[in-house]
Design a protein around this ligand. Structure first.
Ligand code: IPE
Ligand code: IPE
Ligand code: MG
Length: 239
């Protein structure tokens, strides 16, 4: 399936970088008396649609929070299931994403993932690395604090002196190096917190929390939020 470009959104003031905390899979499944993994599988389908909707809308960068450094605290069954879904997603989707010129990047502590997840992620990144369309960041084993600690380590390994440390240099060592900060952050399922997502990068990001659980989120709701973002007045500390 080729993505089409029939999006009705105004191109004016379109967010360049959208970040999404895909939350509520477990509660969605619970309401249906189904296991949590049923919710995660449904969430994967939503992700497929939202990636396409982003590409169609001409969004340059989409970053989704798929697994946090704290999510290892869940049951072994759920963690294993989520890792299997990640492998399945990379294997199944890479062909279509590649056809549509999407560049996949996994951000987070990749070395801490199961080897099979690392392999699938690296293959997806390698296949799509020269693509020039949507940059699609999948945050896996990602933590905002871990991101900053790794950046500090990288600066120290390069022998950067204290007086040479600047926001720009630290920014250039984050997992999101080279990318602008998110303009818009969406969190589904009604929780109003960052849960350790992109702590540094969201300094001036516009937040939208919606009650919909991630598996029920769709293109219409997504474009509605983008339109709401287009109405916001960003000041960045100015008067
Ligand atoms: C988001 O859904 C997916 C991951 C964190 C991996 P949850 O699994 O957090 O669902 P809820 O918040 O428990 O409903
Ligand atoms: C954040 O959601 C992580 C992801 C969506 C991957 P959580 O469900 O883990 O966050 P908390 O525990 O509700 O803060
Ligand atoms: Mg949750």
């Amino acid at each position: 399936m080729r993505y089409n470009m029939t999006c009705q959104l105004s191109k004016e003031n379109l967010p360049e970088h959208i970040a999404i905390i895909m939350d509520g899979n477990g509660r969605w499944a619970k309401e249906k008396n189904r296991p949590r993994l049923f919710g995660h599988n449904a969430g994967m389908k939503t992700l497929r649609k939202i990636v396409k909707a982003s590409s169609d809308a001409g969004i340059k960068i989409l970053t989704v929070y798929a697994f946090s450094t704290e999510n290892w605290k869940r049951s072994q069954e759920e963690v294993d299931g989520l890792m299997n879904i990640a492998v399945e997603y990379f294997k199944k989707e890479v062909g279509e994403l590649h056809k549509n010129n999407v560049k996949i990047q996994v951000i987070g502590d990749i070395a801490g993932l199961y080897p099979k997840v690392q392999d699938a992620a690296r293959k997806a990144m390698e296949t799509t690395k020269d693509n020039t369309g949507l940059i699609f960041n999948v945050a896996l084993n990602y933590g905002g604090r871990n991101d900053i600690v790794y950046a500090v380590k990288a600066l120290m390994e390069k022998g950067v002196l204290p007086e040479e440390v600047t926001e720009e240099r630290l920014n250039a060592e984050l997992y999101t190096k080279g990318l602008p900060d998110p303009d818009l952050l969406i969190r589904t399922s009604g929780e109003s917190r960052l849960s350790n997502f992109m702590l540094w990068q969201t300094a001036y990001t516009e937040f939208f929390v919606i009650d919909t659980y991630w598996p029920d989120f769709d293109q219409e709701a997504y474009y509605h939020l983008i339109e709401a973002y287009q109405q916001r007045h960003r000041r960045f500390g100015t008067a």
